[in-house]
Design a binder for this molecule. Sequence first.
Ligand SMILES: [Zn+2]
Length: 282
Amino acid sequence: MTLDDLYLGMQVTAGVLGALFGSFLNVCIVRMPEDRSVAWPGSACPHCGNSVRPYDNVPIFAWFWLGGKCRDCKTPFSALYPTIEALFCVLTVLLFRRVMPDVADFDQAHVVAFLWYGWLLFAMVGLTFIDLRHKIIPDAFSIYSVPIGVGGAALLTFLGYTGAPDWQQSVIGATFGGLFLVSLMAIYRLVRKREGMGLGDAKLLALFGSYFGTYPALVFILTVSGLLGAVFGLVASVGKRSGMLTALPFGPFLAIGAVCWLFFGDTVVIRWAAWTLDFVPS
Ligand SMILES: [Zn+2]
């Protein structure tokens, strides 16, 4: 077996893990807004209540051999289920390649980093679909994950991993991210006399701070999500009454901004630095 085969095998393993966790993600997306346990009981058809058989619980593929329907009562299952599983499968493989670009990178510190960032991806995909449907961001995917952010940064610092902020930067980032949006909301309330962004968004910025540090990550994420939000808001308001802009949840845009930072942040910063240097007389 060559090293290339080994690396391919690792990516396939990451993809299978991603699909399985994508399946669990579906459970979280359906149950968390209803305050139901995500661990128990197993999946069942919402119509006839028959539990999904283990062989019909295979991520991505089962939906297709079932023809998108319950095996017993033929109630249609949303195509969103296999889509979310496939999405998380792809994101997990991309994350693996991002954290471990070479087979030689496979060691304890990099595996921890992969799992740590993997949790962030899991939370981002989960909150995106929950916020779109229910206009809420679960605490588990935002403020309760801040200790995972800080703890992971501390563990990675200890293991000598350099691709993450150290624990001090993580703590400062979490504090700053939270305070920043809390103060923005206070200003908005003073000026407009009503609520702007929800507290959930502030909790999310605290999470990003704990994973990425303060600067330039939070500036990048706010810029990307703000631009995306503005574009979608404009598109959504065309042909519809105003009020649409405030009705659009902001969490998914923040999540997309964070995923962009995770995958392209360093490239963008290096390009940006090179670009600004062009304007410095030498
Ligand atoms: Zn059924």
